[in-house]
Design a binder for this molecule. Structure first.
Ligand SMILES: O=c1ccn([C@@H]2O[C@H](COP(=O)(O)OP(=O)(O)O[C@H]3O[C@H](CO)[C@@H](O)[C@H](O)[C@H]3O)[C@@H](O)[C@H]2O)c(=O)[nH]1
Ligand SMILES: O=P(O)(O)OC[C@H]1O[C@](O)(CO)[C@@H](O)[C@@H]1O
Length: 740
């Protein structure tokens, strides 16, 4: 970094594509990423994807690739102060940059969606400040995939996607859990994001045959979908294979075990339900012969007081303690509170020295880095048959696959391996030998081969600043296949009769374009207003700042007389349902009723998915409202506009989210959606659509968008600005410049 906070040009090293040094930016948002030792299991999301990322970066670095890693900044005194730092050196030559979103605190992956728009803008800005755009982005996990997809739409950078774990696989498992028959809204949203990312990624990297075939098989794949490459991750074979100092580990276990010399059955996993640690305890506890034969040792992240833990981790940790108590497993089960990152190889090696086994009976383990770590340490394994272990075991032949739901399968496999010492030794030795295949060097070589497909021939990036560049030729909005225009109503579409006429004419010549109006007004009021202006009626009406959607029966703009009131349009009940499942409206209303800076708008402005207020406190009221809601553990989308309106909406329920929903329903790719507007309640729309138009009579609120290359600032006001912007994005005749 130089003093201005800009990254220096990455040094020119090997690993080139078309003669240029390859520059790769990885995006990984969730969990706690930092330089130095990672505290795996510190939160439910601090797990294998981070180990994978860091080791992949190191291997690619050694192969001469220039890289940066981007994650999310957050402030959380319990997790550590380092996560607030804007940037740090991750490893020599690689910078870790932390994007600031709008939520200051730590977010678990289920809540990350509320910050993704702000993170998108922060990433776009950061990328623009780099002396050179990356050749490729690599997104780790769904939410990072969405950011990469948006960068591809805005800047034309190709991206690689590694899922690490797919929502559809989890949903399938949850369906089989009593009381969980329907996937939670956050999981549904994640699957929708994954589907979009899968549709658009330039390359998908899977870790195993099972992941590529069965796990991705749960998503739809079009004929022209990009390839899925199987490139298994590696393992630091030296670290896990060469004898480590076991003293600290031995001491930490002695405190728990009556006979510490018995073979160890080792579980090492993040404390989350999916890992089924509880299932292993149940199986062990109910088999007296196994209890007599072996100790059970559980490492599940590091913890202080369980009461201070949150969410799923707290629940699983408490359940482990309760099970130990329930079965009275004292003396035969060890459950240390802490371990150091440095101790992990010694943990596996100590279990191997005891003649023990590694058990991972996860309901699904997409790949399972722990399997190859155990193999490298010479520890035979009992592995869930669901997921990556099928590949690993068929290569390493170092253990037994079991059905994780079947308790006796787990204990039978343990007896078989513990009692047959020859078999145990074959597994230990054979595994250690075969696991050499899983080297990061091999991974890096294949990675670079695959990556070269993306960088050659060189792709044109969309212009960073439109006024400095030729019109984006990659955009073919004028082509025959359909696109979607979502325009704000008051003071964008309406407000100038002559301009509206110009737009109406233009629309007649663009019949392939689907056209939606998005307004803060109620559907009925908006419809009446459109009629009174003789405006072309839209295919879709998004009203109440995005909270409601109505669909026209058929091409309404040519059949105006058949639709004389909004009741003839179909209300999108699914959208309303989806939104209300995402928030606690009454709880939000109760919190905001106590806020002296807000006055409630009349009843007709309130809706199932919208709470509306007046304020005289200016835009700074927005962070205050968010903070009050966050303190009550509530999430909502807060929209400020026209100097005195505050709309509080279900997360994702503003105009941009509604536009995405409409595009999905129409099967129009996100890359072909244009948003247009003039005021603060259009910010979400202009940020989330691939192409934006801010008309000349815009409010200062929209100035925040000036740095975004995907937003065009028209010179003409009202609907004439719409036409000008559309011509600009279509690469047509209007010779406008982008002005901030
Ligand atoms: O108490 C613990 C628990 C875990 N770990 C480490 O954390 C990593 C966990 O990785 P993994 O076993 O692969 O599981 P997940 O954390 O669930 O990782 C996800 O991402 C991985 C990388 O893509 C995939 O291999 C997994 O299947 C997928 O679930 C391993 O290196 C462990 O050694 C610790 O150090 N201490
Ligand atoms: O169980 P899920 O919801 O698929 O999540 C898997 C988790 O595993 C990880 O890959 C662990 O690092 C995280 O990215 C993610 O939080």
């Amino acid at each position: 970094m130089d003093n201005s906070g800009h990254e220096k040009e990455p040094p020119a090293l090997a690993g080139t594509s078309n003669g240029r040094p390859l520059y790769l930016v990885h995006i990984a948002l969730q969990g706690c990423i930092k330089s130095g030792d990672i505290n795996y299991g510190l939160t439910a999301d601090t797990g294998g994807h981070i180990r994978y990322l860091l080791e992949e970066v190191r291997a690619l670095q050694q192969a001469g690739v220039n890289q940066s890693v981007v994650t999310r900044a957050f402030a959380d005194a319990n997790l550590g102060r380092e996560y607030q730092q804007q940037s740090e050196i991750l490893m020599p030559g690689v910078t870790l940059h932390r994007l600031r979103g709008q939520c200051p605190g730590y977010l678990c992956k289920e809540d990350m969606h509320c910050d993704l728009d702000a993170l998108t803008d922060a990433l776009a800005l950061w990328l623009q400040k780099l002396p050179r755009l990356p050749d490729v982005l690599h997104a780790h996990y769904a939410d990072a995939g969405l950011l990469a997809l948006r960068m591809r739409e805005r800047l034309g950078i190709p991206f690689i996607f590694t899922a690490h774990s797919l929502g559809a696989v989890k949903a399938r498992w949850l369906e089989s859990v009593p009381g969980h028959s329907v996937a939670a809204p956050a999981l549904k949203q994640r699957m929708a994001v994954e589907q979009r990312v899968i549709d658009c990624a330039d390359l998908i990297v899977a870790s195993s045959e099972d992941e590529a075939t069965n796990q991705y098989g749960l998503y739809s794949r079009t004929d022209c979908a990009r390839p899925i490459r199987i490139n298994p991750p590696g393992c630091d074979l030296k670290r896990f294979g060469e004898p480590a100092m076991r003293g600290r580990v031995v001491a930490s276990l002695r405190r728990f075990l009556a006979d510490p010399d018995k073979p160890i059955l080792l579980c090492l996993a993040r404390p989350v339900r999916k890992k089924n640690i509880i299932g292993v305890i149940d199986a062990y506890a109910r088999d007296p012969a196994l209890r007599a034969r072996a100790n059970l040792v559980i490492f599940a992240g590091t913890r202080g007081d369980i009461q201070d833990q949150e969410g799923e981790c707290a629940e699983v940790l408490q359940a482990i303690v309760d099970r130990i108590e329930h079965y009275d497993l004292y003396g035969s089960v060890a459950f240390p509170k802490q371990h150091l990152a440095d101790d992990v190889p010694a943990i596996y090696q100590h279990a191997a020295r005891s003649g023990g086994l590694f058990i991972n009976a996860a309901f699904n383990e997409p790949f399972g880095l722990t399997f190859i770590e155990a193999a490298a340490a010479g520890l035979p394994i009992i592995a869930s048959c669901n997921g990556g272990a099928q590949d690993i075991l068929s290569r390493c032949q170092n253990g037994i696959l079991i059905d994780p739901e079947n308790s006796s399968a787990i204990t039978c496999a343990a007896h078989d391996l513990l009692d047959d010492r020859k078999r145990w030794s074959r597994c230990a030795r054979g595994g250690k030998d075969a696991v050499r295949y899983y080297s990061w060097q091999r991974h890096a070589r294949q990675y670079l081969r695959d990556c070269s497909m993306l960088t050659s021939p060189p792709r044109r990036h969309l212009p960073l600043m439109a006024h400095a560049s030729p019109r984006p030729s990659l955009i073919r909005l004028a082509s025959r296949s359909s696109s979607l225009l979502v325009t704000d109503m008051d003071d964008t579409l309406l407000g100038d009769a002559a301009a509206l006429l110009e737009f109406t004419e233009w629309l007649k010549h663009n019949r392939q374009l689907r056209y939606a109006v998005a307004t803060g007004r109620s559907a009925a009021a908006a419809f009446a207003e459109l009629l009174s202006w003789h405006a072309p009626l839209p295919d879709v009406l998004i009203s109440s700042v995005g909270a409601e959607i109505h669909w026209a029966p058929i091409a309404p703009r040519y059949k105006v007389r058949y639709i004389d009131k909004v009741d003839r349009m179909r209300a999108d009940a699914g959208w309303a349902e989806q939104l209300s499942a995402r928030w606690r409206r009454d709880a939000c209303a109760a919190v905001l009723a106590r806020c002296p800076l807000l006055r409630k708008q009349p009843a007709e402005a309130q809706g199932r998915n919208k709470l509306s207020y007046f304020t005289d406190a200016g835009p700074n009221v927005v962070p205050l409202v968010r903070e009050q809601l966050a303190r009550a553990q509530l999430i909502a989308q807060v929209v400020y506009s026209h100097d005195h309106f505050i709309d509080v909406l279900a997360p994702g329920g503003a105009k941009g989210g509604a536009a995405e929903h409409v595009a999905r329903c129409l099967e129009i790719p996100a890359a072909r959606v244009v948003g247009a507007g003039n005021s603060g309640n259009d910010l979400d729309l202009l940020r989330r659509t691939a192409y934006g138009i801010a008309v000349a009579n815009r409010d200062t609120d929209l100035q925040a968008l000036a740095p975004l290359p995907s937003v065009y600032f028209s010179r003409a006001p009202h609907a004439a600005g719409l036409v000008e912007g559309m011509c600009y994005w279509q690469g047509g005749a209007s010779p406008s410049v982008k002005t901030g």
